[in-house]
Ligand binder design. Structure first.
Ligand code: GLU
Ligand code: MG
Length: 443
């Protein structure tokens, strides 16, 4: 649409301000406000940002390559129901007039282009789990709802209505942005919820997760709650996953079809998931990108009992204890957690799947066991490997995986490794309350 026509349309919808939004390497929404009259500039040149002020760009502090241009994607223009007068435009990163190789959205665009060169499209349904919290006045966070105390709070219909006003507002906000909300439930942990919306092309789903985060954060705040996508806020409760339901498609309109359907589709699905499993340790760095992520992906005993978070590199039909749960015509990639950058996780998933297809990798035998019920010895006997058990190990695995690094691009890989190593070192070097308690008077 011509920018003037879009501007008129937004003005008619009461919009006076544009929210030019991009996503940094950590998966956090960043941006700025522009008057609606700047739409043409936002769509052509872009909004200018100081490159080195954005996490993960690695851009210089001076000269032409210090400027990061967030160029608005007109097709994403959307008035925000929870912020009357404001419309979000998702931006792609540009530097010196060229697509910026280390912009996460550009990385996913490159991955999608590899698929579309074959006439294919990856569709993802991304399922965010999240906590609604408050401070207890003593510096700790606790569930927003003091009465949310069940040992097994999944699907709890006593606690859910107490958040109904907040969740309904979130539902309506997302619906107002064109998302088809499918379900909302109380999850497995006290204070934990999940909201699902319809699947779509990988890029659109990633854009929508960012929209979901913006909406949920703002609406939760209005209701006095802290919206948290921290992977594992409480050691004794399950963590928050962000599972991806993935399927490969070809054709358009009446000719479109899912390439994972039917007998031939099973073979292609097998190669794809074989790639996802073969690259699982490196994918871990992107899908579980924080120090805290590895408290969710625990092997063996966990302080929270069954976590439903997969630490085992396996796949199985409708098997939620495995990293890949296969379903008719699609698979669920259960590795990602709520802190994953959806663009980078999607791009890495595509790269891994395409590698499986190109090398015709065969998946290991399907696992029909409850992996949480097996001992580590039994798991090893089945030839099932474990995921990295720390951010440090996952970063090593990423560094060792040239194919995934290549798909992310050199700049982004270097930046990611540098920032995340710093995060790991900060954690590894600090002395925690647990250590003091355990050691201060022990020896
Ligand atoms: N919360 C679990 C996770 O961290 C998933 C629970 C579910 O299967 O919905 O992956
Ligand atoms: Mg869930």
């Amino acid at each position: 649409m011509l920018s003037q026509a879009l501007q008129d349309q937004l003005r008619a919808a009461g919009v006076h301000t544009l929210l030019a939004q991009f996503t940094d390497l950590h998966g956090v929404a960043k941006g700025k406000y522009l008057p609606l009259e700047q739409l043409d500039a936002l769509l052509s040149e872009g909004a200018g940002f100081s490159g080195p002020s954005i996490a993960g760009t690695g851009l210089a502090r001076q000269g032409p390559r210090s400027e990061y241009w967030g160029r608005g994607d007109a097709s994403t223009a959307q008035a925000l129901p929870w912020m009357p007068g404001y419309a979000r435009l998702v931006c792609d990163g540009f530097v010196a007039g060229q697509p910026f190789d280390a912009c996460p959205r550009q990385v996913l665009r490159r991955a999608e282009a590899r698929l579309s060169a074959r006439g294919w499209q990856l569709r993802t349904g991304i399922e965010p789990e999240f906590f609604l919290l408050k401070t207890d006045g003593r510096g700790s966070y606790v569930p927003i709802d003091d009465a949310d105390r069940l040992d097994k709070p999944s699907y709890d219909l006593k606690a859910l209505p107490r958040q109904a006003a907040l969740l309904r507002e979130l539902h309506l906000a997302l619906q107002g942005c064109g998302l088809q909300v499918l379900q909302i439930d109380h999850e497995d942990a006290q204070g934990q919820y999940e909201l699902n919306f319809a699947y779509d092309r990988a890029l659109h789903s990633a854009d929508r997760i960012m929209l979901f985060k913006l909406a949920a954060q703002a609406i939760a705040e209005k209701h006095g709650a802290l919206f948290s996508m921290m992977p594992k806020p409480f050691a004794d409760q399950p963590g928050s996953g962000m599972h991806f339901h993935a399927s490969l498609w070809t054709g358009e309109g009446p000719t479109e079809r899912c390439l994972f359907d039917g007998a031939e589709g099973q073979v292609l699905l097998g190669h794809f998931i074989a790639g996802v499993l073969a690259h699982a340790p490196a994918l871990c760095a992107l899908a579980a990108p924080t120090v805290n992520s590895y408290k969710r992906l625990t092997v063996g005993e966990s302080l929270s009992g069954t976590t439903w978070a997969p630490a085992y590199i396996a796949h199985g039909p409708n098997n939620r204890t495995a990293l890949v749960r296969t379903l008719p015509g699609r698979f669920e990639w259960r590795l990602p957690d709520a802190a994953a950058n959806p663009y980078l996780a999607s791009a890495a998933l595509i790269a891994a799947g395409l590698d499986g297809i190109d090398r015709e990798l065969q998946p290991p035998a399907a696992c029909e066991d409850d992996l949480f019920a097996l001992s580590l010895r039994q798991i090893a006997d089945r030839g099932i490997a474990l995921l990295p058990q720390s951010l440090d190990q996952a970063l090593e695995a990423l560094l060792a995986d040239a194919m995934i690094c290549d798909a992310l691009g050199e700049t982004l890989t270097q930046q990611f490794l540098a920032l995340k190593r710093e995060e790991w070192l900060g954690y590894a070097r600090h002395v925690s309350a647990w250590e003091m308690q355990r050691y201060v008077a022990a020896f």
